[in-house]
Ligand binder design. Structure first.
Ligand SMILES: [Zn+2]
Length: 405
């Protein structure tokens, strides 16, 4: 079986090439929109076209002429359009109201012909047939370094995203590796720790999977609340009906969002051969909180419930551990130094042993660790618990066994 991941890598683009990448991105969007326009018009029977090959047959030559986009990016634009049209067609089948998709995000999709990965940098196809070289920006010991530099991970295509606020390019690289087969001892229980977050990624696992865009979730909610507030001020019957309708749309969207995230989380647990998924116990620790926090709490609970439901179908249990110190403790094997100065935003640097890792990843490891320690103390009926890590496992006493890759 295959393990797939997305490595998110910040890029350093030479100043004089930034405009080229931006122009490429705009042209890519323009091309994707043209494919969508054609697909939305439908085939001879009036159905929305959801096949990339079909879209390319109809429009590839014209769109390449019209946009002068790099050939591989033009194929990427057709694939991107086909994906979006497929999800719209699914919604139509479910009887949902839909409208023609409009591309607004700052994204370029690079297939393996349009991007080449080198040590420390990549080469990206750009407007007018040129290539742009961009350096990776990450600390040496980071999870990104491991994903990008270790041979066991095969790098596939990538999405380039531009963040307006910080004027930064991020590369989202799809990577995969073959999972090693394990010996399959029944008394060995492997535990997947999960850290839930209000921004960045909604869920981060002790195996280093970063799942669900929490910023997007927040953005959608704020957008919905702004629209609702405006309509409430208007106060007409029509406005009231529209409030109901946008409420339904948001509910459907978030339902789907949590469904996808929980599905990925359970998939990760299955792939890593875990028998339990452990969350922080966040029940009842917050009272008198803002609407935004209530929404986050609602989201955390929703995620846990959906994971419980799906985990059951896979024969996995869902457990909790007390959240105290999980963000301050160093999760490095044999260290465990706990200090509030260890953490600075997304970056965790142990003041004692110097271990550097993503804060949420560190917390996820601690959550699983804490659960295992509690089970050991309470006597777990003879089972040996292991903490699922990126490679290899750590058992309750802190002994590390590397995976047999
Ligand atoms: Zn440490």
């Amino acid at each position: 079986m295959e393990i797939t991941r997305t490595a998110v890598v910040k890029l350093s683009v030479p100043d004089k090439r930034c405009d080229d990448l931006k122009r490429t991105m705009n042209t890519f969007q323009d091309a994707a929109q043209r494919f969508v326009d054609r697909g939305w018009d439908g085939d001879d029977d009036g159905y929305v076209i959801t096949s990339s090959n079909h879209l390319q047959r109809l429009r590839y030559d014209d769109i390449r002429d019209e946009t002068a986009l790099h050939a591989d990016l033009c194929v990427g634009a057709a694939n991107y359009a086909a994906d979006v049209l497929s999800s719209v067609a699914e919604k139509m089948k479910d009887g949902e109201r839909t409208s023609k998709p409009v591309f607004t995000s700052n994204t370029t999709v690079y297939n393996t012909n349009a991007i080449t990965y080198f040590d420390g940098y990549c080469s990206l196809a750009a407007y007018g047939g040129s290539r742009v070289h961009a350096e990776y920006l990450y600390p040496n010991d980071s999870i990104q370094a491991e994903y990008m530099e270790r041979d066991e991970w095969t790098k596939q295509g990538a999405k380039l995203r531009y963040d307006h606020q910080t004027d930064t390019y991020y590369l989202h690289v799809s990577i995969k590796k073959e999972r090693e087969e394990s010996s399959g001892e029944v008394e060995n229980q492997t535990v997947l720790g999960v850290d839930r977050n209000v921004d960045g990624y909604l869920a981060v696992t002790s195996t280093g999977a970063f799942i669900g865009n929490a910023d997007l979730l927040n953005h959608k909610r704020r957008e919905y609340e702004r629209r609702r507030a405006r309509l409430q001020q208007r106060g007409t019957r029509n406005a009231h009906l529209t409030i109901q309708s946008i409420g339904d749309t948001f509910a459907n969207w978030s339902e789907d969002f949590f469904h996808q995230v929980s599905k990925e989380l359970v998939k990760e647990a299955v792939l890593q051969e875990c028998t339990a998924i452990v969350f922080e116990d966040l029940e009842g620790i917050r009272n008198g909180i803002s609407n935004a926090s209530k929404f986050q709490q609602w989201g955390f609970n929703k995620l846990k419930r959906q994971v419980e439901y799906k985990a059951k179908a896979e024969g996995l249990s869902v457990e909790t551990a007390h959240p105290q110190y999980t963000s301050q403790r160093c999760s490095a094997t044999g260290c465990g130094f706990t200090h509030e100065g260890n953490r600075d935003g997304d970056e965790f640097t142990c003041q004692k042993c110097g271990k550097e890792l993503h804060s949420d990843y560190n917390a996820a490891r601690n959550i699983a660790h804490k659960f295992i320690q509690n089970r050991r103390k309470s006597g777990s009926g003879g089972a040996t618990y292991h903490l699922a890590l990126k490679s290899g496992t750590v058992n309750g006493t802190g002994d590390y066994s590397p995976s047999t890759a």
